[in-house]
Design a protein around this ligand. Sequence first.
Ligand SMILES: Cc1cc2nc3c(=O)[nH]c(=O)nc-3n(C[C@H](O)[C@H](O)[C@H](O)COP(=O)(O)OP(=O)(O)OC[C@H]3O[C@@H](n4cnc5c(N)ncnc54)[C@H](O)[C@@H]3O)c2cc1C
Length: 456
Amino acid sequence: MTTFDLIVIGGGPGGYNAAALAAESGLKTALFEKNKVGGVCLNEGCIPTKALLHSANLLDEIREAKKYGITLEGAPAADYAKVAARKSKIVRKLVLGVVQKLKKAGVEIIEAQASIAAKNSDGTFLVKAGGEEYSARDILLCTGSETAVPPIPGLAESGYWTSREALEAKELPESVVVIGGGVIGMEFVSVWTSFGVPVTVVEMLPKILGRMDSELSLELMKEYEKRGVKFYLGTKVVAASPAGITVETPEGEQKEIKAARILLSAGRRVVSRDLGLAALGVEMNRGAIVTDEYQQTSVPHLYAAGDVTARSMLAHSAIRMGEVAVHRILGREDDPMRYDAIPGVIYTHPEFASVGATEDDLKAAGTPYRLRKIQMAFSGRFVVENEGGNGLFKLLTDTDDRVIGAQMLGNPASELIFYIGQAITQRLTIEDLRKQVYPHPTVGEIIHEAVNEPAL
Ligand SMILES: Cc1cc2nc3c(=O)[nH]c(=O)nc-3n(C[C@H](O)[C@H](O)[C@H](O)COP(=O)(O)OP(=O)(O)OC[C@H]3O[C@@H](n4cnc5c(N)ncnc54)[C@H](O)[C@@H]3O)c2cc1C
């Protein structure tokens, strides 16, 4: 039996970063991965979607070039097979980079499905994988999540796609109905709309994008409506077939929506079965592994990070949680996880980013707050780069004017939101943001402009 200090199960961003950090810090570390190193994020999530979105956005920009005084002969044409091939090449390159990083750090990569078989008499864990036995003093579970499949009659026979099949496709679908207007669904809507695919979105909730700010979610939805996307909100899917879906509208009416493809993007569910957790008595919450702020589970020396905890299903959250767990295992520093300043981005066109509290959350909780709200067009750079474009920035503070949240609709929201995250983490006030010098001209100056607005 091979013995390690730390066994990491799951080679997604949570697992591979934690394994590299642990090995670099001197722990004899093994990483078990049953499918592909890089996990969902690298192979079938964050990276491939952004590669497709980049090509889609470029196509939009070329189409809009005349707004900026550039005339092009004829309409631009897209070769989707090449777009898809470029995406796959990027994924291969980045996965290779991760494998090299792990090897350089001294991590032993074991390509097998692992489960915890028992606790050994010396207190270590016995792990079984690929017919072999391993042991370790500490275990970090980073087994991630997968597409949730709701029990819709006919769905299994409908030939539906999840994000995985949608990303694997080398050709564009003729038309798509998207079940679930969340982050993943909306990013595919963005890709397909740019490439001219007719798209319909069916969302069970009364708004798209789940818990993202409702005002900006509505603005984004209107953008896509202008581009021809049809949205059905508060609408339940009652049946599916190869020809499309049947929905029940809020008025109780049944309606057929025809489409060549169904994209199922109605949420993700954690992967925690077959890990041997029940026998260990690990505390779970609807399948998710419960941890404290150090990523420690209810069983000593057993940690969990990333999607499998269902606390924040984002790659950067997984990375940070994994780092927190390794720091705890090393016992070197007091480094708890904070959930109040995790940015979330939807890489639509325009981008929509959020961090910390939203107005909706604060109103629902009855928490008093101050709001500064400003059009993105107050940034000169935004006007220069977004001809005719709208956008909105909302900055939320508590009644002492400490920053507690922000939402931005407009490019490049993804690149700016972490600054507000830092302000929340460091408990900065409006006065602190005012005193900061912002480079000019940048879209980031919108933060300074917002600070100078009277609070609502
Ligand atoms: C289409 C899509 C787009 C996304 N875009 C973004 C984005 O832009 N930004 C963002 O932050 N997040 C995005 N996400 C979410 C992001 O991918 C996840 O939050 C992230 O991958 C979670 O990392 P993780 O390490 O927890 O798990 P995962 O990446 O899910 O990795 C878990 C790994 O564990 C392995 N595994 C599971 N069980 C076992 C076992 N028993 N033994 C061995 N191996 C096992 C799996 O094979 C998998 O490789 C996206 C997700 C999807 C689906």
